[in-house]
Design a protein around this ligand. Structure first.
Ligand code: ADP
Length: 447
């Protein structure tokens, strides 16, 4: 087992990984920018190293600085968390080339899944159902028009290198295609330095359902069921749950079998998530994330598993040690992402947290690096906490989340907690019957 793990991240996920390390008796190294010198992940770490100025490109994305920190502290593994360098294949490769274990998949699989066109090709070959669309990148607008006629409008132009909902534009009819084509490519070039785009049928009423998978280095693959992330704003997840209110156990098992078979054929290793759109009883693969995801706690609660511990064990060469039959699902879990944002305009609102009081009680988990007196810096993602609840069924989980939100005091900055409270009070949310488009309408006062 590893002796010391460097955590190449910040905020709640750095703490999350640190907690797993401590329980496993592994020392951890925190890295931080100058803006994060007082951050909780630094305060609680066994050791910490400053890796640069506030801007992420100079610190949390600064590969030489992170490698030097690992060398200086003698870390034998690096956990990348999510975001930052977690899906950077060359980072994974450089880390391993330095004789340090990368806690994640191989760089080849990161590269493959980071290119959504290559990912879809691979999944097609492995027999995973896809959203209808172009076979690979679109050469020009004329080809885009041809594919759109074939698959029928509305269509979505998506960036091959896409992420975070960027580089994605809908054309509802032929008259909108040229602009969608242009805007998607410009956005993709600006955000990812790559303007390759492809096309998918734009589904009008899908749910977002994803499968959590874990694989060891010996060909053993299990899934930990699905998460439903249909509540989204600007293609970004806002609230997630496990299991999906739209699926039954038989559907989960069937999808789980498809994805575990595919990943075992692929020789995949460590944690991964396959994302699907689900509409008219059909699943259609959209992308695979080759890292731990923000919403992993809902899975941990219903499966009673520590996914970070599993990631670390696998990276250290241990076998899974169990098979699918021992993975069980119990109750229902919901997570809300608490952002330091105005709950109506969504404008980020960093600043000083004057009071912080986390909710507690049965089935309540708070993953956050906040504390009273902490100043949320303006340089990074606005998510400041994840509030997660677990209860015997969905109705009780909703009741528990409502009361946990009422207990939660984050004073000093505006947060999205009031929005979450409104969502949880809404009959449509409570019914479980909504699509990925519902929240946008709800926020606009149209639902
Ligand atoms: P990103 O990597 O940028 O997050 P994804 O491919 O994962 O992009 O898609 C993000 C979200 O965008 C999905 O969860 C879904 O809400 C929406 N989306 C993606 N593809 C489609 C599609 N073909 N039809 C309708 N909505 C889609």
């Amino acid at each position: 087992m590893f002796k010391k793990i460097l955590i190449a991240n910040r905020g709640e996920i750095a703490l999350r990984v640190q907690r797993a390390c401590r329980e496993m008796g592994i020392a951890s190294v925190a890295v931080h920018s100058t803006a994060d010198a007082d951050a909780m992940h630094v305060r609680l770490a066994d050791e910490s190293v400053c890796i640069g100025p506030p801007a992420a490109r100079d610190s949390y994305l600064n590969i030489p600085a992170i490698l030097s920190a690992a060398a200086i502290t003698g870390a034998d593994a690096i956990h990348p968390g999510y975001g930052f360098l977690s899906e950077n294949a060359s980072f994974a490769e450089i880390v391993e080339a330095h004789g340090i274990a990368f806690i994640g998949p191989t760089s080849q699989h990161i590269t493959m899944m980071g290119d959504k066109i290559a990912a879809k090709d691979a999944m097609r070959r492995l027999g995973v159902p896809l959203v209808p669309g172009s076979d690979g990148a679109l050469a020009n607008l004329a080809e885009a028009a041809e594919v759109a006629e074939r698959i029928q409008y509305p269509v979505l132009i998506k960036a091959a290198a896409g992420g975070g909902g960027r580089g994605m534009k809908v054309a509802h009819h032929a008259g909108e295609l040229a602009e969608a084509w242009q805007v998607a490519r410009t956005e993709a070039k600006a955000a990812f330095g790559n303007d390759a785009v492809y096309m998918e049928k734009y589904l009008d009423k899908p749910r977002h359902i994803e499968m959590q998978v874990m694989a060891d280095s010996y060909g053993n693959v299990v899934h930990f069921g699905e998460r439903d992330c249909s509540l989204q704003r600007r293609h970004q997840k806002v609230l997630e749950e496990a299991g999906s209110p739209a699926l039954n156990a038989a559907q989960r098992d069937a999808l789980g079998e498809t994805v575990t078979k595919a990943l075992s054929q692929l020789g995949y290793r460590n944690a991964g998530t396959l994302e699907f759109l689900y509409q008219d009883e059909q699943f259609a693969f959209i992308e695979m994330n080759t890292r731990l995801q923000v919403e992993h706690p809902v899975t941990e609660l219903v499966c009673n598993v520590d996914l970070v511990r599993e990631q670390i064990r696998i990276a250290a060469g241990e076998p899974l040690g169990y098979d699918q039959s021992t993975v069980t699902f119990s109750g229902h879990a919901i997570e809300v992402r608490v952002n330091a944002e105005d709950p109506e305009t969504f404008i980020p609102n960093p600043g000083l947290i004057t009071t912080f009081h986390a909710p507690g009680g049965l089935g309540v988990r708070v993953d956050s690096a906040l504390y009273g007196g902490y100043k949320v810096p303006p340089f990074y993602d606005s998510m400041i906490a994840k509030l997660i609840v677990h209860a015997p069924d969905r109705a009780q989980a909703i009741a528990r989340m409502r009361r946990a939100i009422d207990e939660f005091a984050v004073i000093g900055v505006k947060t999205t907690l009031p929005l979450h409270r409104r969502i949880l009070d809404d009959p449509t949310f409570q019914s479980g019957d909504y699509t990925i488009h519902w929240l946008e309408k709800f926020v606009a006062g149209e639902a």
